[in-house]
Design a protein around this ligand. Structure first.
Ligand SMILES: N[C@@H](CCC[C@H](N)C(=O)O)C(=O)O
Length: 273
């Protein structure tokens, strides 16, 4: 059995896509971690399994479900950059005629619009402010705004240049506040409607971009300015996205690109089962 894969990224947050319409693949955490490993696998921040919602028994207005997994094999509710790549794949492979359609995710249905230039807008749903907490980097404490975008985030708007922060190790956070773990964003405002951000993702490590994280960052910045409506660009190490918020409901627009497609070797797949 040949297992097809594609490799793609959204602002350099990179993914292995596994088309598996009827859910025949046995996708174990071990296989996901091996696929995402940059030495013994293909290398990626996560895996996107392309599966029919009905094959997972999930009710969705859309035919297709983004079955997202972090690089360590854990499951997350939502991935904004992954959703753009996923949506572009559906259109390019003829599985959706586009340009607008709905995709299921563990955080609920998400409407997407795929443009001819390859950019994609995702209607991300509510970015809910859930409180305040603290992230600790290198022994220094940064206060943050907790935001839920389907998945949990803690956004710290910092005075230091975010480029100088050491995010090799996972920053410490309050595990009572975030019992399921958290994605940690560090943000510099760089002008009116413009943010710069770095992120340490739950289940991955530092990545070059996080779509839900950029939405959380804009929601937190607007919240601190006393509003839940506005628009901002967010520069991350992997590029730029645009986030809009309308009374807390978010859109995320940015690129989605494919790098390669191929087949996994059967013996490799079996060995990592
Ligand atoms: N990179 C993603 C977020 C992926 C999930 C995250 N690591 C989590 O565990 O919540 C994005 O683009 O949103």
């Amino acid at each position: 059995m040949a297992i097809e894969f594609l490799k793609g990224h959204g602002t350099e947050n990179d993914f292995v896509l596994l088309p598996d319409p009827s859910g025949g693949l046995e996708l174990t955490p071990g296989r996901i971690a091996a696929l995402c490993d940059r030495q013994r696998g293909l290398g990626a921040d996560g895996v996107l399994r392309v599966i029919r919602a009905e094959a997972l028994g999930i009710a969705s207005e859309g035919e297709w479900f983004m079955d997202y997994h972090n690089a360590d094999g854990s499951v997350a509710e939502m991935c904004g950059n992954g959703m753009r790549v996923f949506a572009r794949y559906l259109v390019e492979s003829g599985l959706e005629s586009g340009p607008e359609f709905v995709v299921g995710s563990r955080a609920g249905d998400r409407r997407v619009a795929v443009r001819p230039d390859g950019s994609v807008t995702v209607w991300m749903g509510p970015a809910a402010i859930t409180g305040a907490s603290v992230a600790i980097v290198d022994g220094r404490s940064f206060s943050g705004v907790a935001v839920n975008v389907g998945n949990p985030h803690l956004v710290s708007i910092v005075d230091d240049d975010v480029a100088e922060l050491d995010l090799h190790a996972e920053p410490r956070y309050d595990t009572d506040f975030f019992p399921e773990g958290v994605n940690l964003e560090f943000v510099n405002p760089v002008g009116e409607g413009a943010l710069r951000m770095r992120v340490h993702e739950r289940g991955v490590g530092e990545t070059r971009s996080c779509g839900t994280g950029t939405v959380a960052a804009v929601a937190a910045a607007l919240h601190l300015a006393g509003t839940d409506t506005g628009e901002s660009t967010v520069d991350i190490p992997g590029g730029r996205v645009t986030v809009g918020l309308q009374r807390g409901d978010a859109t995320l627009t940015g690129p989605a690109e494919f790098v390669a497609r191929g087949q996994l070797r059967d013996d490799w797949w079996t060995r990592h089962g």
